[in-house]
Design a binder for this molecule. Sequence first.
Ligand SMILES: *[C@@H]1O[C@H](CO)[C@@H](O)[C@H](O)[C@H]1NC(C)=O
Ligand SMILES: *[C@@H]1O[C@H](CO)[C@@H](O)[C@H](O)[C@H]1NC(C)=O
Ligand SMILES: *[C@@H]1O[C@H](CO)[C@@H](O)[C@H](O)[C@H]1NC(C)=O
Ligand SMILES: *[C@@H]1O[C@H](CO)[C@@H](O)[C@H](O)[C@H]1NC(C)=O
Ligand SMILES: *[C@@H]1O[C@H](CO)[C@@H](O)[C@H](O)[C@H]1NC(C)=O
Ligand SMILES: *[C@@H]1O[C@H](CO)[C@@H](O)[C@H](O)[C@H]1NC(C)=O
Ligand SMILES: *[C@@H]1O[C@H](CO)[C@@H](O)[C@H](O)[C@H]1NC(C)=O
Ligand SMILES: *[C@@H]1O[C@H](CO)[C@@H](O)[C@H](O)[C@H]1NC(C)=O
Ligand SMILES: *[C@@H]1O[C@H](CO)[C@@H](O)[C@H](O)[C@H]1NC(C)=O
Ligand SMILES: *[C@@H]1O[C@H](CO)[C@@H](O)[C@H](O)[C@H]1NC(C)=O
Length: 819
Amino acid sequence: MDFSTLTLVVIIGCYFCHCLSTANDTITSGQFFRDPQTLISANGVFKLGFFSPQNSSFRYLGIWYLSDSNVIWVANRNQPLTINSSGLVQISVHGNLVVLDSNKRVVWSSNVTHIATNSTAKLLETGNLVLLNGVTGQSIWESFQHPSHALVPSMKFGTNKRTGEKVRITSWRSPSDPSVGYYSTTLEHPNTPEMFFWLNETKPYHRSGPWNNQIFIGSPEMSPGYLNGWSMMTDIEDETVYLSYNLPNQSYFGIMTLNPQGQIVCSWWNNEKLVQKMAMQRTVCDLYGYCGAFATCNVQSSPICSCLTGYGPKNVEEWNRKNWTSGCVRSEPLHCGEHTNASEVRKDVFLKLENMKVPDFVHRSDSLEDECKAECLENCSCVAFAYDRGIGCMVWSGDLIDIQKFSSGGVDLYIREPPSEIEKHSDTRRKKRFIIPVGVGVPIGMLILAGCLYLSWKCTDKSTGKIYSQRQGRNQKQVKLNDELPLFSFEELVNATHNFHSSNELGKGGFGSVYKGQLKEGAQIAVKRLSETSGQGLEECMNEVLVISKLQHRNLVKLLGCCIKQEENMLVYEYMPNKSLDVILFDPVKKKDLDWPKRFNIIEGISRGLLYLHRDSRLKIVHRDLKVSNILLDEELNPKISDFGMARIFGGNDMQTNTRRVVGTFGYMSPEYVFRGLVSEKLDVFSFGVLLLEIISGRKISSYFGCDQSLSLLGFAWKLWNEKDIQSLIDPEICNPNNVNDIVRCVHIGLLCLQNLAKERPSMATVVSMLNSEILNLPCPSHPAFVERQIASSAESFQQNNTAHSINNVTVTVMMQGR
Ligand SMILES: *[C@@H]1O[C@H](CO)[C@@H](O)[C@H](O)[C@H]1NC(C)=O
Ligand SMILES: *[C@@H]1O[C@H](CO)[C@@H](O)[C@H](O)[C@H]1NC(C)=O
Ligand SMILES: *[C@@H]1O[C@H](CO)[C@@H](O)[C@H](O)[C@H]1NC(C)=O
Ligand SMILES: *[C@@H]1O[C@H](CO)[C@@H](O)[C@H](O)[C@H]1NC(C)=O
Ligand SMILES: *[C@@H]1O[C@H](CO)[C@@H](O)[C@H](O)[C@H]1NC(C)=O
Ligand SMILES: *[C@@H]1O[C@H](CO)[C@@H](O)[C@H](O)[C@H]1NC(C)=O
Ligand SMILES: *[C@@H]1O[C@H](CO)[C@@H](O)[C@H](O)[C@H]1NC(C)=O
Ligand SMILES: *[C@@H]1O[C@H](CO)[C@@H](O)[C@H](O)[C@H]1NC(C)=O
Ligand SMILES: *[C@@H]1O[C@H](CO)[C@@H](O)[C@H](O)[C@H]1NC(C)=O
Ligand SMILES: *[C@@H]1O[C@H](CO)[C@@H](O)[C@H](O)[C@H]1NC(C)=O
């Protein structure tokens, strides 16, 4: 440090101590400040003072972050001061904080009764303005307890269970008028808390769906990217349930406001730079009860509203005119408890609806997952139930209102139906299920095989009320109404694949072959026929399939069902027309279709799918076998991760485990896994880094570089990185001056994922934030693993020895007995 920097440091230091010593974040009795003076929080980012909104000639006392265009609180929102009236803020003789106009008239007061002693007002570093008892120092009033239009970190947005008292956030009337507007939001139903948005305080216009400890289940757009840090707490002492959010650290700040149109707008800052501002979009289906009672709303269907199965429009003529207000009514009575025949009780059954926003007026019960259905079945007033791990058993009685079908997210909702209704509808229902286009899994794991065993065991064990058996002329089909996976008959799959004809074969791997098929209804499927031997414990697999069948994310391939017939075990997946990523990426002609935006979309999709596995699915899952051939592409080239055969589930707090069997694909496996059998989410992060380099370079991980071909792809990338020549790594198809900075940034993120030490690699959550540029400054990567050839060359030799098992010339998944 030379002399001049030292001087600078001293000067800056003194500047700060000066500021601190004369900190003006507080006023005490007898003190006041006047427009345009301000109070400034000790960290310098919040100010309390007078401001005028854009286009307004009035003055308001408010608190803002950085500049008065980011107002987080307004005091006299309904009693504005005129521009020349020179507002004044002071502690009144009664100890309240008050705002006076030029005639010394009180226009606003903190309005606390019985303040016995001197008080002081202080603007805290969180942006909270508190009024403190001058003697005891206790807080007697806080702006955070009386918010206006915005929610900021560490504010408690809550509802008192006992008194019913609520914190209400109310929009401005217009962008230039902070007075109380038409829209407001509160936290309702403290036992299953959800956010309600109100029009004129009384009419609900949107609800978020209940909180499941991670998200509001009726708001699938809530993604971890910007919802990082939300939590729902219960203050046991005063019986208050509240929502709050806490940011990862001091360098971040966020404001959530309710704008004058009733939309939520989120703004995020990092190091005082605005990094994101977004308004949550709503559709008509998000309008509370848009389709009326017993009807679902689906923006992707036409008409947008449809009655639930077993229900018909209350007023057909109105309904046909697309006036949905009256909703639907039951067309055939339920059987509940009815004994139509002395020897047979015709029990009601449940129809499963997937990806649903659950209706309003939920009752939560303590039933466990498998008791939830029985509880509903036994109570004749129960018309629907749903189960969510984070919430538990939810049941409904009375009108079902505000139901919505999402394309992804949401939960499974089970609607009570008389058995005759199901007979009528099961056929069309199945058809619908398969028309939804998605993709095909090529190599799939054996755990699903165990899933089939599990299901067949279930079928025979407790069939009553669980599985509805339907006889349909030629063959007997079993339609599972409310379990995770439907069963297909063997004949059905034989017909669909022309008796597993070789011309229908899509691929072959260590666990069996995959065939393309077409169901009679017309839907295309991919059928994985598993080979008979499997090394994994049955019990373990049973556990896993239950989990895997619950995974739902638009970047994960979907399992449609399975089939078991003695030794034959088959899995049915969505068919993916564009096959897997390697088919396009490594084809000199086809790769031209993958421009940079498409490749980035693929990279981002994979990262979101992985984030879901690692964190958001509520089960911690490590995929363990991520590679280009396991990334399938739908029509629009959106990526879907497939093959969960190797996936490993972690319990609650386990972060890492040791495995005796090392399975995976050479080149994609991280060093701690290859050498020590250590499995953690950082294994997938490493594989993701490899994928990233492959996607950007258009080269396989098994290619070699350098003059003597001694460098692996990772080594080559590292060499170019150090030579500051990353451009030479980029696939010429995508390399152009407009993209190059974005691509280099991606390579940078890739190198961070490939670092030798697992703990240095970022988590998937961080990777997603980095890709979205929520994190702007990336750390410098350290030396990656496997820069030299030896590991990769064993992949090569392995591949050569096993060409018989590998039709598409893809890398082969290997299994080694661990040490
Ligand atoms: C606090 O300090 C800032 C800058 O030093 C000044 O602009 C402001 O008027 C002061 N406020 C009061 C109430 O003295
Ligand atoms: C302010 O007025 C200008 C001109 O009338 C208009 O373009 C702008 O949108 C207004 N801004 C706000 C916040 O109302
Ligand atoms: C405010 O004061 C300025 C200067 O004293 C004057 O020109 C203006 O007309 C006043 N505005 C109002 C609304 O009284
Ligand atoms: C303060 O209380 C008085 C009387 O209860 C009420 O009229 C006034 O609107 C209140 N002011 C504020 C700012 O709440
Ligand atoms: C209130 O504060 C004033 C000024 O600081 C002081 O003179 C007075 O004694 C205080 N009163 C009480 C009850 O503490
Ligand atoms: C809400 O209240 C405002 C003011 O009273 C009124 O103009 C508006 O029409 C109301 N909106 C609805 C939907 O009732
Ligand atoms: C905040 O988090 C970011 C990224 O997670 C990190 O780079 C930064 O050093 C952290 N800042 C503080 C003050 O901890
Ligand atoms: C829709 O039907 C309801 C109930 O019958 C009626 O009150 C309303 O006026 C109708 N709306 C329209 C736009 O026709
Ligand atoms: C009851 O149902 C059984 C079989 O479903 C039938 O054989 C029997 O005749 C029925 N009895 C009456 C009283 O309907
Ligand atoms: C049946 O459900 C209703 C509504 O949820 C509830 O009020 C009632 O207590 C339940 N009856 C029984 C026997 O559980």
